[in-house]
Structure formats: C-alpha cells, structure tokens
Write a protein that binds this ligand. Sequence first.
Ligand SMILES: [Zn+2]
Length: 569
Amino acid sequence: MLFNGYEFNLSLEELTDIVENKTREIELIGPEDETYQALSEGDKQALEHLIKAASIINNVALEQDHPLNRSFKTAFEKKENKTPLEEKAYALFLSFNGVAGLNGIDPEPIEIFKGVHTSKGKNFYPANMSVDEFHNLLISMLEKGKIDEVKKILSNRTMVRLRGGYLQAIDYTDYFAYEFSKIANELELAAYYTTDHELKDYLSWQAQAFLQNNEDMDMLADKHWALMQNNPIEFTVSRENYEDELTGTVFENEKLKKLLELHQIEVNPKDTLGCRVGLNNKAGTELILKSKDTLPYLAKLMPFADRYEQKIEKNAKQTMVDVDLMALKGDYAMCRGGITTAQNLPNDDKLAVKTGGGRRNVYHRQVRFSHDSEREKKLLNLLVDPQLHPYFKSQMRHYFVIGHENGHSLGPDSSFKNALGIYAHTIEEHKANTVSIAFLGKIAETFGTYTPTELKEIYTTWVISLFLRSKPVISKPHRVADLIEFNYLLKHNVISFDGENKLHIDFGKIPTVMYRLLEETIEIQLSKSASKAKEFIDKWSDWSEISEYIANTQKQLGLKPYIRLITKF
Ligand SMILES: [Zn+2]
C-alpha cells in the first residue's frame, strides 16, 4: 500500500514501539498559564499572530530540510480515517518534523519512507550532488571568474540549484517569497496589537528583514531582538546552520580552499529557520541574570586571551531570559536525537554580531523540567558510587548550562572558529562545556554564587550527563563533545570506575584538569587548522569498553530518544 506514492519503511510493530515506548513528551504551556492570563488583550492578540507566523516558518524549515517534507505533511493532514500505520508514521513525522532523522542512538538516520533518504546538503543543494561534484563545480566557477556567484553559493541565506551546468544561488527572500510575505504580514499585525514598544519595534524590523533581499535588514532586526530583556513576550526567529553538512566540506579540498582564500570568500553553512514563541519567566530570568556579571571577569581568565578579541569586554551587550514555551517550530521542532535546552543567538557568522551587536540567551523551561527521575535513580544504582548519589540533582544541570551558554560568548571569534570546517561545531560546543566547568570554582570563590556542596552537585550531575547512550556520530557535535570530556577526565584520573564499574570523582582535580583541556581547545581554534581539529577529536573520542558498558546499561534501562512536543496554542 502506497502513501503519497511511497511505501512505509517501518512496520506497524516498529512504529508502535517507537511512538508508544520510546517517545517522551514535553508539554508546553497552555492558555491556563497565569502569566498568559495576566497579559493585556493586545498582547494576547499579538501572540495569536506570532503563533501563525511560527507555523509558516515551520513550512520554510520543512522545505529547507527535504524536498518531499511538505508534500508528506500535506498528505498526512489531508488523509481522513488514517490507518494505525499511518497514524503512527505521522506521529514520527511530527517528532522529526520531517521524513527522516537521527534518533541519537542508531548511527544511521531513521527513515519513515522507503527510498526517501536525507543528504548532507539537505534541500539547500541539488539532490544527489556528490561532495566531489560540488567541489569541482565551485573550482570551475572560480576559475571562470564567477566570484560573486560563488560568494552567494557559500552564504548562509541561499538555496542552491543546478542551472545550465553551473550552481546558482537563490536568496531566501526570493526562494521563499510567498512564505516570507505571509510571515511579514503576521509580524506587522502582531506589532500593531502588542502594547510592548520594544517588541513592536523589533517586529517591524523583523518583518522588513523577511521582505528585503538585504543582509543589513537581518542585522538590524537581530540588533533590536538582542536587546530585549524585560519584555513579557518572547519571540525568536532562529537562524542556525547545524543541519547543513555539505558547505563546510569545501575546506577539505586543498585546491578549493586556496582559491577561496585567494578570492577572500567567506564560507557559511546554510541557515535552517526556527521559531520560538513564549513568555518571559521573571523569577527564572533573575536567577540567570546573576551570571552576567561573571562574563568580563571570565574573559580575562580565558587561555591566550591576548591573541584574540572577545566581544564581551568591549560591550556587555548580553541579555538573558528564562522562557515558558508556547510554541517551538521549524528547526527547534526537528527533534532528532535531542532538543535544545538553551540557546545564545545570533551566532558568530551573523552580521549583527560582527558589527558589534549584542547577543541574547534564551533558556527553555519546559525542556529543562522534563526528565525521568525513576530512570535516573536506577542509573545511579547501576553506574555510580553510592557516596556520590546525594550529589546528583537534575536541576543542578541548569547551572552547567548557564556556564555553557556564557562560554559561547568567550574565546576566539568566528574567523578562527569557522576555519575548522566540519569540525567547527564540535570544537565550539566542547569549548563551551569546558569553559562552564573549568571556571565554576573561580566563580564560586569570587562571586559567592555556589556553596561547596552545590559545586559538588553541579560537577556530579554534569559528569553523569556525559554517560552516553551510544557511540556518537560526527554530525552530533554536542554528543561528541561529551565523549571528548569523558575520555579526558578518565585519562587524567579525575573520574574512575571501580571493579563494579561504579563512578568515582576526584573533585579537587576538576578545575586544573579542565583548564588544561580548555587551553588545548583554544589552541585548536587559534590554529585555524581543520586537520588539527580532526586529530584532537579523533584522539579524544575513542569509544572504550567502559563507554560501551555504560551505553549498554542505559539501553537495558530503556531509552526514549524520540520527543513529542505537546503544544496547546
Ligand atoms: Zn552550545
């Protein structure tokens, strides 16, 4: 039996197991939320339009991700009286927010339909174009003097197609002209209704950015967005480039790399759009804001701080909010082996940051609160020395995450980081983790933020979060980073496992060992060498017996690698 012209790749039994046994739910807030109820009528109306905009942005992201996503979405929505197989397949489609995805456990993507595969270049690039073909086309275009066209092809805001034997870049504002004009309309309406002047201002700029083929408009929108600190409504259009695994490969071709350098062509992977709508949680935001004072202090403590410029020293333009989520769409809703708990935007490749604009850090409360405490207890019993059990507190992970997000604002700038090509994200995520842990002790000492017991709780909870559920693949930078740190701690006797495979931690060693790791990591970013980055990652991401033992133990406890977002608006 065919669905939208394709056969299902998974049986009813497999799909039922995924949807009923292996999916965890994250419940977003609904209209009963007290903060929502207290909003003015104007702000409630504004939110209606922002949520509509989010749905359209979701369609854009679906198109960017896979050429068949939207036709399958429509087929699922239109099909009345779905069979059980179709129901379950639809649930998995919604979880991936697409036709396929990694689940964080299996090394290959899970594909819902037979013959419908994902590719490195997603739908940003022509289907079936090989990496070599891509490189050769770019070389031939550069040799023929098509410099400006190659610049556009390697920019983060174009879709690329094959036309007349050459690659052609189409700006998002042209490719998505229909969707972008509808999004802009919704944003203008929201701007009209909201009673928050800063939000009104930002939304007007953001609407313009959707309408004009002009990176400066994105920059202006981003700059207004990044300043919002005390605004009741949270609205974000995210542009992140983790999904595109093709653009970064240009650095692996020596000839192409030299030509790109010669013509000073900047290389940025493609942005997938995401959209977040929610409400600022005042108490949560106050707690996070306390960490802001540490940034200038940490910037001075960073290794080799004299060899790069940290934006944080010039301007402490960093806003931070803790948000109750109403909707996550587009990139945010592509739950493929995980979901974002917090995010610090704009990223370094964006004009707003390059021209001195601030950044905004948003923490996702409902994602953070979703955990399985029964399972955590079992895991402790199987893998952790009983003396450490009292120090494991899942809520303490939040403090590690705060340090991680702040860590992205510290260290060498994007010109260094991006030069690492396909390894850039892994090194950057790993750096952020390392910054977070390396400086906790200093922060506690200098700012009195944490008691000695709280420090142990943060350390313990973090170390246990490094227990992986499977050998990570390079396209999951956060997990590879976890493995690097796990191995480094093990090698330097900060952590050890006894005869019963139970974890022990030598707390005293953590600050010095993690600082040394941070030095090694910053050196790699400063080297601008993709091969050094690869060497470092290979060296420290060895999958050892103890990692295999931990992963197997995790699997015995049952894994829920899939996520269902329960959205009430
Ligand atoms: Zn990060």
